[in-house]
Design a protein. Sequence first.
Lengths: 246, 42
Amino acid sequence: MRAVKDNALSLFFLALFALTVLGQALVGHANENEELIRHDQAPVSLGEFVTSSEFLVDVSENWQSEFLQFSVTSSEFLVDVSENWQSEFLQFFLFILATVWLVQRGSPESKKPGDEGLGTDEDQMVGRHARPDSPPWARADGWRRWLLANSMLLVMGTIFLLSWWAQSLGGLVVANQEAMDHGELPMTWPSYVASPEFWNRTLQNWQSEFLAVGCMVAFSIYLRQRGSAESKPVGTPNGTAALESE
Amino acid sequence: MSDTNSDETVEETAGMRFAFWSWMAIVIAGLAVMIVLPLAGR
């Protein structure tokens, strides 16, 4: 029970993530079948809509039309997922990077003015300033310390780039099916990533992420939520960030 | 934001490792599916 309480935040979002992915699969499947029926085509099963196993087994047995229909339904689902993933990870990547060098006076999401930059080894508890219980690579020199010191940006940036690439791959499959339906030539990957559709999907996700981060930074100067780690304590002056008040 | 210079020593627990690796596994599995399927479907 203690383990559940200690990790409740991770577990809570894990449950929310599982429920929302399941919900997206169910309503995405229903939406897809509505479209198929509207176009006098046979509906697909939920398994066909979201999974790959049947696709990979059947790929050698089936011929063009079924192959394409199935790949498109799964790619439609995946492109919807990946375009949201990439924007979330870009949001965190930029937020982590920007908060190294930029501050917002009064925001608990920011360091205090004057603290911009990478910080001293003493502040960061690295090298000879590492504590006995610091991660071993905080004490190490060279690439190991560099890797630990930048691991959050590296992981977030890698996931962003991979999910953005995944969005382009799934989007290309869907776009080429539509092109084929209209008797047009299929697109190449470079032409798809230069297309208005790709950038429309991309930018509509990016703008909402940047809006949310900007609001979080600015609203938290004046607004409070008692008890939340994302807020400064209720009585903290507006011009003071949480760290300054301690 | 937490105070990173706190002197409090907190033991790393199995629950913390579970939280980290379960999220990492979700991301790696999701990325693999989202990349492999469209490539295979081409």
